[in-house]
Design a binder for this molecule. Sequence first.
Ligand code: OSB
Ligand code: MG
Length: 370
Amino acid sequence: MKIESIQLRRMNMTMKHPFTTSFGTIHDKDFLLATIKDEFGHEGWGESVAFTYPWYSEETTETCIHMIRDFLIPTVLGKTIQHPDEVNDLFAPIRKNNMAKATIEGAIWDLYAKRNKMTLAETLGGTRDQIEVGISIGIEKNVEDLLANVRGFIEEGYKRIKVKIKPGYDVDVIRAIREEFPDVPLMADANSAYTLNDVELLKQLDPFDLMMIEQPLASDDIIDHAVLQKQIETPICLDESIHSLEDARKAVELGSCRIINIKIGRLGGLTEAKKIHDYCAAKGIDVWCGGMLESGIGRAHNVALTTLSNFTLPGDTASSSRYWEQDIIIPEVVAEKGYITVPSDDGIGYKPNMEAINRFTVDQWVFSAE
Ligand code: OSB
Ligand code: MG
């Protein structure tokens, strides 16, 4: 498979509802799409999940443009690749910048699947024809608004509710949800808002039977999380701290978590995501697919990945309509009663909606092999 050309677009899509976490509020999604063509004109699509601001991780849309244009494209353009796993090795000399890498790597996976007339899910080794999904609810102005949201999403059938927490918006919020919904599968995501000084407070979450608490401590930590896990009953799930299979291995060996959130962008692509999935399956660690408020292209990649067998817990991949007035794929992603049907068309299985894509494009560049 020869990498003939790469088109990069900068996109801007306004979110239907701003999304607030302990690190800030996201009003619109400023992101990149990569379209990669082979020598036969097959087309693969990838999405960069970085945000405008370096709050979730150090990457931003601008750093992704720099890395993709100046380092990643020159590494693959004009090359002949037998299998997408090779991209991981080609990019290995370039440190970190995983979201930039995953943009190109994901497009090459889609291209490879389409060339072979297979779905991306099959190409990855996935086995499910539907996936179970939950919903991630941001920090709301008050508990009444939050409860109204929770109620609505439970009625829509989402398989579990995740709520964002932060200091001052935690134990009381979880208690209020549990009072109204004693049995709903529930979890909390702190996005690194606490330290070991908060152990007593975090222990107060134990009686609420949370499925997990996601990334309570520092975004680069696995040591303190191991200390915390020994003192709380709620299983810890790591998100921000895990960037590679090696990170996952160390966290599991240290006892820093019992669950891992797999995000393709954070891990530098589908190859590394699959490696962590396989490692966790062998170790008896549950995984689920996280979300980064993706457009349809990134969402489609998440759907395909979630078809692998050790994605035993519902992920954050909700319906397109939860995020966007209009998504950029046809059909849009739809969760019905908490299930998304995995598409059966080749590659990511959803068609790019070129009219919508053009409408949301703010800049674009084309790179061709000579
Ligand atoms: O920590 O999982 C997270 C959104 C933005 C940044 C980080 C996170 C999230 C979410 C929402 O939880 C996931 C989604 O609905 O796409
Ligand atoms: Mg998270």
